[in-house]
Each structure stands twice: as structure tokens, then as C-alpha cells.
Design a binder for this molecule. Sequence first.
Ligand code: BGC
Length: 766
Amino acid sequence: MNLSLDEKLSLVTGVGFWHTKSFGGKIKHLELSDGPHGIRKQAEGAQNNDSEPAICYPTASALACTFDTGIVGRIGDELGKESKEKGVSVLLGPGVNMKRSPLCGRNFEYYSEDPYLAGRMATSFINGVQQNGVGTSLKHFAANSQETHRMRSDSVIDERTLREIYLKAFEMTVKAAKPATVMASYNLVNGTYSTENKWMLTDVLRNEWGYEGIVVSDWGACTNLTKAIKAGMDLEMPDSFEVHKNALKKDLEEGNITEEEIDKAVYRILAAIEKYGLTDEEEAAYKAPTMEEFLAKESTKRRHELAYQASVGAGVLLKNEGILPLHPEDKIAVIGDLAVKTRIQGGGSSHINSGAYPTVLDCLKTHYPNLTFARGYDSMVLELDEVMEEEAAAVTKDAEIIVYCGGLTDLAEGEGYDRDTFKMPENQIHLIHKLMELGKKIVFLSFGGAPFEMECLEQFDSVLQMYLGGEAVAEAAVALLTGLENPSGHLAETWPLYMKDTPAYSNFASREKHVLYNEGLFIGYRHYNSRKIPVQFPFGYGLSYTDFEYDNLHVEKSEEGFLVSFTVTNTGNRAGKAVPQLYVRNFKGDFERADVELRDFTKISLNPEESKEVSFKLGPDAFQIYDVSEKKWVIPEGEYGILIGRSVEEIVLSENVYVEGVKDLSIPKPELTVSEEAGERFTITSSYAELSEYSETAKKLLDQTVEMFIQMFPGRGLDDPEVHMMLEMFKDGTADSTTLMSHGRIPYDTLYTIIDEANRNYNSGK
Ligand code: BGC
């Protein structure tokens, strides 16, 4: 394709929010849409939650609990087909960032605290989508583990931890599924923005892992196209209205970048356009369906059924003292606002506009027409309401069982900000204590994208955790509660007891620029299990209405590594699904290492009394660690354990094996080094919040913007998830991106004036 120099300089930066350029139809273009658990196709200029009707599947934190790569692949496949129908060329997902702390506001969009599980899930998802000729975007590369200061925080991590934990799921997925795009994250990694990080984008991603697709910036993450392209990024999104292009052009003229370097990015974008793009005519011919038209489609019904199956498979039965499944003759009272405002997803860029499906209350009513109900609390505030509480107590009068619907509400978690507490919302805590006093049996039907401290856990008779289970979550929850379906979800993350027990407690989301990952390799169960810290619920845990027995473990040496087989039998009286997990107990040498690590898993269906043989193949990577001094993966020679577990804490079969490799390996504990930037205190990567401390102009703009958001979203309040995210973006994002995203409301030159003003005042001590 013959593009002029000017066109090439233009192609590396998007047009509008969602497209690459087509130069008046000269070439096809890409349309990129969020993702990941549905399609958020938007018209230009639409507000965040204003998108075309689409199917909303369970979010990643729920999907991972299925431990079922098959269903994740089917969802990918249907999303690929739906993307094709909607003219979407690249679906922005999945996210494989590690859950470093339960408080990350965006954990609901990520699979796990374990890279192996996340990598397997993402691989199936991407293969499913991409087999339809639709691309994906593996995000957010990398070490994007918090929302606080997400565009400016520097994740300071030693290389071994990066390789074994934070890059591992990316590595597995890039190699196994070849995503069309990888999205470079907002944050810095060891002092360099991900979009400008040559070590990550070129040395590791391309040269070591063999990645051939395009690297796209997270939206607004690129502030310097020259540095980014030189580092290996290809496409800046969204539009930077010629500002970055002009700077790139100037750099080219001044010899800071060559045309060949720009060509590399251009060719990769053209290759992606060739494979996944569409013509301007195709785009113009597309007409979005109305919600009514969308809901009437056969494919919508089929996909809703898939969303239901996925949510059923994801629901985790955390506790059951015999009241579940409910009996048809039980007298129940339903309490909780989430029974009528059932949470199906989290807030932010993944927000899907799906049809209105029955709520938990609607679904329960079909089984229990005489049930009683009260909201008990208002999910959109934190303050308790005594009148609502009284009402709740009153409606339970004749009930034997209370089904309490609660957990994390929309206020608690969302993109752009982290949770400020591990506890449940105060009004729910108060209400739960009140309900406990009534002396009834209580089932907790729990929602939320991440773990929290379950108030009065020991006093609940049963707990079913649905996470954010997508548009069919209410139907799935009620099918599980009533025994129409048998729970088979297992936790893809640890539920700690207290915040102070969590590995990154001392420095997660610190307001400091540099976030030191001092806990190193020990995140999630690697921390709790190795250090024997008691938890609410361990990684891999989940109950069923039936029982499974494990026996007959055989471990055989094979050419590649080991062949492991064993038998699982359903010893209960109903059909169910077991999730056997294989952990390796590591050899301990002169280096840090978690006690055990997940190395394989599967999900199998078993009828009563049925047995099935499960087999796993273990390759060398099941034993490897990254030797930083030699810059390679090595196996420390020694004795390892092959463990089969129901969870990381409940190992049912085990055998020791001797694995050959490097003898007497020694790896010193890493030191973290913080890179300080030289130069002026304020630059275009400072935030408006920072600038406003030293610039009156910035302060005025900030105040005006808060006012503007209040007007834009009447009656919604500043803690509404959509408003909250937008506001954080404005206050706390880089001033470069927020200025550009203001679409000219703040002229870019004003930003230079503000930066000068702030630096002047800072330097003169004002
Ligand atoms: C998010 C990405 C998302 C993009 C486009 C960003 O703010 O971090 O995950 O894909 O916006 O909406």
C-alpha cells in the first residue's frame, strides 16, 4: 500500500475514539470496541454507558471461577460472531492483570491472582473470538494492578517477579493465542511508561515471545509518539487531534526518529487492517438495532442461554449448613436491594447495555409466589435507613429462611478508582446484625466483583457467591439456590480474612508515585498458603450439592516431564461437576519460592456413582523459575510434590518426584530500585490535580469541570460509578490526555501556560 509520509504519520494515531484512519476510503480501517465481557459499541461522542444493545456475559472475575476453558471459549466465539455482526474489528479484551490486592477497583475485569489460570482463560477467550476473523486486545500490558493514579503510578517490580507473576499470563497468552493487539497500560513499569517501555514492548514481547501483532496504547496512555514508536508501540488511541502527530513530524525532521522506524508500526497496522478491517462503505451500511429488535433475534436468545450457563458454572457455594438447595415448601423472605437491583457487571469502560432481564426477586417469585420482600438498605448510599431496616424485620415475621441479597454495590467498585475499604457497605453491616437477632436461618446470596470481609460469616447458614455474573445472573442464582442446577464454581482468588493480612497491605494504591512491589512473588495464595495465614476462603475452593472422591494417583515420567493421572468419583446422589486442581509443591533451595503453585486444572461432569479418569501432562515449565543473572528460565534440581487438590488448602492426593535441572542454584533476594525523573517538576504527564496546587488556572479548570460533570449527569451524584470514573480521569489522568479528551474545550496551548505557571510558582516556593 502506497501511503504518503503524511498519511503514515497519521495512521499511527486513531481518528475519533474508536477508529483508525481510512484516508477517505483509500484503505480499510479498524473499528475497536470495548470489551471484554460484552460489546460496548458506541457512536462517536456518546457518554460512557450509552452503547448499542449487546449481550452481557459474566465479568472475568466470575468467568475464571468456572475453571472451565470450554465455556470461556464458547463465549469468545459468540462474542466474535456478535462483533462481526456489529462491524467491530477488534474487541478490547481480555484483561490478564494480576489481582495484587482485593481492593483494586477493576478486579472484576481480571481473571485471577494466578497467572496460569488467567493465561488459560485468556487463551480460550481469544481463540474463540479470533476464529471469527475478529481481533482482540490483550490488556493491560503490564503490571497495572491499581486504579489509584492509574495514569501516573510507577510499578516498581524486580525482574523475577515480573517474569513469573505479572508478565506470565501475557506470555502464555501471546504465545498460545496470538492476539491481534496487545494494549500497553497507563502506568509506568520501573520508571518508564508502558507505552515507551522498549524492554517490555520490543525485547520481551516481540523478540523473546515472537509477537507479531500490533501494540495499541490504552486510551490516552501515549503522550509521546516518538518515544512510543521507538519502543515498539504501533497505534495510539484515541485521536490526539494532530498534537502528537505534529510532534512526531517535528522529531522526524530533527532526526530523533527515522522513517523506517515509523514504517515498522505502519506496516503492522496495515497488516491488522488487512486481516480484520472493514471498508468505509461497510461501516456506513451498518445500522444499529433497537433494543427491541436486538432482543427479538434468535442469536440473542441463544447467547442469553450461554450467559446463563456461564453464570451457573461461575457461582461459588462458599458455605452450606444444609439449607441449600431450598425446598419448594420453604417459607422464605427476601431481603436486600440487590434482589431488585441485581448487579450484573461493574462500572467503567466495560459497561454493557444489555436487555432488562428478571431480577433475583422476579425469579424467586416464580418458585415462591408467597414470599415476602423488603429492600432493607439502599444500594446507592452507605448510610443506614432505620425505616427500611424495620420494614425488613417486619416482612420476615412468618418466614423460616431469609434469603439476604447483598455484597458489594455499584458504589464500592469500578474503573478509575480503588475500593477504600475491605468491609461491606455500612448500611448492610448494620442490617445484617439486625437480621441475625431474629434467629432465623439465613442464606447470603452475595454479589460483587471482588472479595470482601463477609460480616457475620460464621452465622450465615449458607453463602452463595455469584460475583458479577452477567445479564442472566439472577436466573442462574435462583437455579442454584433451588437446586435446579448444582454449584460448581471454585474461587479464582483467595478471600482473605482481613485487609491487614493481604500481601500488598502496606503499599497498595499508596498515593505515592512509586508503588513498590515489595511482596515480590508472594501474591494471592502464594502468600497465604506459604505463610500459613488463615483466610476466609482459599484459592480454588468451592462446594457442591454432591461429593467427589479422588483416588488412584499415578505419576509417570515422560519425555517432556510427567504424566499424572487419577480417578474422580461422584459419591453423592446428584449429578455435579468437579474441579480437580494440580499444584506442584516446589523444591526449596537458596532462593525465594512459593510453597505450591497451580500447574493444571480441569472441570468434569459426573453422574451419581460415576468415575472418570483425569490426566494432566506436566512439562518443564511446571518447575521452572527465572534466573535473573543468567537471563533464562531454569529448573532447580530437587524433590518436588505433585499434589491434587479440591482447593489449594485441601490436597487429597500427592506423590513426590525428583526433577533434574540446575544443582545448587542460588538467587539473591532482589532489591527494588526507584528511578527518579530529572527535569522540571511539572510536565504534560502531571495531572490537573497536581497542577492545580501551583496554578490558579488549573484550579479554575478543575472546579469548572466538576461543575460540568454535575450538570452532565443530573441527579447522579459524584460517587455514581460513571461520574466517578470520568472525574478521576480528569483530575488524576495525565494533563496531556485530559486536555486532548476535552475536545478543544481546553486548548492545548493553555496546558503549556498552566505548566509554566505551576513550575514558576513551584520554583519560587509559592
Ligand atoms: C481502559 C481500557 C479500555 C479503553 C477504551 C481505558 O480507559 O483502561 O480498558 O479498553 O479505555 O475504552
